[in-house]
Design a protein around this ligand. Sequence first.
Ligand SMILES: [Zn+2]
Length: 156
Amino acid sequence: MIDLAFYERHTREDLAGRIAAELCTEGSEPGWKRSRSNFEKTAFHEAGHCVLARINGRHPFKAEANETCGQVTFSEKSIQYGSISDKEMISFNVEYVAQNGLSLDLEKLEQETVQLLRDHWQWVKRIAHSLIFKRILERDEIDGLLSDMPEGAALC
Ligand SMILES: [Zn+2]
């Protein structure tokens, strides 16, 4: 039997990039929109992956963002978010879980990810702003920026 919760955690992590990039355009009043450059959206996208990874007890090895792309890696060799897109990872998870007779409820996972990102938005912002400033963050810097974040707080 596969560990469904494991695939749910990873899928939330994969969803977190796109969702964080969407949330960062929310304004200070309901219905208001904030204008963000592609670079800023990419920084928030990668920051979303980083924060959900930490919630899952994982330590990103490196986060990068620039005007055209970004990625979060988990080891020197990792190509996790480089050559495999978030969408591909999510459909891989969905199919793999289905092959094992279980199912991933993407709508539920999406809602949970939105909630987790909102609850941890101060840390998402902190990583994003640092990425905009430095473009590359190493593991120690990411851990430092998230050191006061409650780990594994929710949905574990
Ligand atoms: Zn991503």
